[in-house]
Design a binder for this molecule. Structure first.
Ligand SMILES: O=C(O)CCC(=O)C(=O)O
Ligand SMILES: [Fe+2]
Length: 292
């Protein structure tokens, strides 16, 4: 298990830079199972046989318009019947890395989102520069307020094929936007000219953990196969802080015996923790309105 990169603990690197790349979180014998399962769910989503999908033309939930698919939602949904996703989400490799990053224990983790990001088929497109939990139009006061709240969670992209889609502005995750950044996010949000931007290149099997408030965008290319596992986990120390951003994805299907019974034992406690978060946030239906 990777704990340090060049003698810097991975949690410190994430804290300082807003992102960190880690190798080896997919056990060798799971790799093929995951790529096969991804092929099946991508096929279903493109055929319109899986309605939970991200559609080109819309960046944030709900994804209601368009036909070309750029993401498959809810990989752990019991109706997909692809148990390898929950197995990997509950694997010791992943949870140890998340615990190391967040300085927490496995029993304090909270099961949250698990989706798949894929290449479109019809046209290339760019997501806009954004922070996941701060709308571009937010005032400096609003932005400052959101950025000072700890996340109590970790988000990651794990590439199954070489992935060069994500761009970040290192160390931008805790500070206000500069004047130029604010101008870009509002007036030219697909700019290829963001100061200090860095392309995150992932080899197959590599994972980037990133603060979801780092300034970031993604360039989706129809020419390069992409199947990148995109998930997050929280910790119970955050109380109900994460509820709105998690439940805006519509997780009512998690509040069912079918889902509970489909989970591997390794996720029992983190599922209980999620239910407790929903309850205490007054969102026991596990759905909330969109942030953006
Ligand atoms: O495609 C990516 O790697 C990033 C996606 C993203 O930024 C998002 O879903 O908010
Ligand atoms: Fe994002």
């Amino acid at each position: 298990m990777v704990t340090d990169i060049n003698n810097v603990p991975i949690g410190e690197a994430l804290e300082k830079n807003g992102y960190v790349v880690i190798d080896g979180l997919i056990p060798i014998d799971s790799f093929q199972k995951l790529t096969d399962a991804c092929d099946r769910v991508v096929d279903r989503a493109r055929r319109g046989d899986w309605k939970y999908r991200r559609l080109v033309g819309t960046q944030f939930p709900p994804w209601t318009e368009g036909t070309d698919v750029w993401g498959v939602q809810h990989l752990m949904h019991p109706e997909l019947k692809e148990s390898v996703f929950a197995e990997w989400y509950g694997s010791s490799q992943l949870s140890e890395a998340v615990c190391q990053l967040l300085g927490t224990k496995p029993e304090e983790l909270q099961l949250e989102l698990f989706n798949l990001l894929i290449n479109p088929q019809e046209s290339d497109f760019d997501l806009t520069w954004h922070r996941d939990t701060v709308p571009a139009e937010a005032s400096e006061e609003e932005e400052a307020k959101i950025l000072t709240v700890s996340h109590y969670g970790a988000q990651w992209n794990t590439a199954l094929y070489q992935d060069e889609c994500l761009y970040v502005v290192p160390q931008s995750h805790r500070r206000l936007r500069t004047e130029r950044e604010r101008d870009i996010t509002i007036n030219d949000p697909k700019s290829h000219d963001m100061p200090n931007m860095l392309k995150v290149v992932l080899k197959p099997g590599q994972t980037v953990f990133y603060d979801n408030n780092i300034l970031h965008r993604a360039a989706y290319s129809k020419a390069n196969k992409r199947a990148t596992l995109h998930g997050c986990m929280g910790t119970i120390t955050g109380g109900d802080h994460r509820a709105a951003s998690i439940f805006q994805h519509g997780l009512d299907w998690m509040n069912t015996p079918e889902f509970k019974n489909s989970l591997p034992p390794s996720l029992d406690q983190s599922y209980k923790n999620t239910l407790a978060m929903a309850e205490s946030a007054g969102l026991s239906q596990m759905t909330a309105s969109p942030i953006h």
